[in-house]
Design a protein around this ligand. Sequence first.
Ligand code: VTB
Ligand code: MG
Ligand code: MG
Length: 334
Amino acid sequence: MDRTLIQELLEVVEQAAIASAHLTGLGKKDEADAAAVEAMRTRMGSIAMQGRIVIGEGERDEAPMLYIGEEVGSGTGPGVDFAVDPCEGTNLCANAQDGSMAVLAASDRGGLFYAPDFYMKKLAAPPAAKGKVDIRKSATENIAILSEVLGLAPSELTIVVMDRARHKGLIAEIRATGARVKPISDGDVQAAIACGFAGTGTHCLMGIGAAPEGVISAAALRCLGGHFQGQLVYDPAVAQTSEWADYTKEGNIARLNDMGITDVDKVYEAEELASGENVVFAGSGITPGLLFKGVVFEADCTRTSSLIISSLDRSARFTDTVHIKEGAKSIALR
Ligand code: VTB
Ligand code: MG
Ligand code: MG
């Protein structure tokens, strides 16, 4: 992987975000997802690389595009592994709610954890808390640590938690410490990454979301020096999701074992989920959010706001791109 890839990957997520943004608010989540997938795949095709999807939109039989194992790119050049979520937060996009984005993580071959399509308990926090908070500790203990290392009272800390039945106890525990809970309906990737930056008003992500999204979050936080840990969730009684209505704990453990995961309770650090020598994260807002303004359509241009984080040059670039329409007469400078 070299630095020219950074610019290419920026364009990949910008194109995916624009494609989904045309379907924002229409209540069509699958269509918004498909549009992003198509745009992402097309733009990836013109990058000189031997790309491979390790986390994608499903197995070969279920998804027409960007399925796990699919090869992307021109077919010559460096080998690059990708974890993609072309429309992360499809419900948010379909309902024109904040927080959806086109997102991917890239690394050298073998540099991203092949996360199963399971749930994952996650803990994300700012760099100052790295290695100090711990997913094995209680929320109460972690909030005390956060308060200490960030120099903020619990009442000045905002903890993002997905708004799910499984988090009833967690939310009550956090509130009992005096910290603020910000429930989100979807989109824990953006919330996790927001923890990596001061000034986002987001100090910690706690609770259970999806495992593939955990790898993408880990890639970004690893580059930022932030804290991220993940632990797979295999017990349907813990996940409390209709998706797992027909699954059993034993069956899920057997599925993990079949995938080569024998230590099912392992706590994965960011550096294990995104272990490659070089790691790049790229995200572009579809709707506004903690990190971006999202796609804005204007008469003469389309504007995108994005974030590329790269270990190649130890940078986090926030970009605002004006995509100029043919025959444009005036472009506002904002
Ligand atoms: C999680 C979360 C994602 O979807 O995967 C969620 O990590 C689905 O969780 O950010 P449930 O099955 O509990 O609804 C997102 O919110 C969006 O992809
Ligand atoms: Mg998706
Ligand atoms: Mg998603």
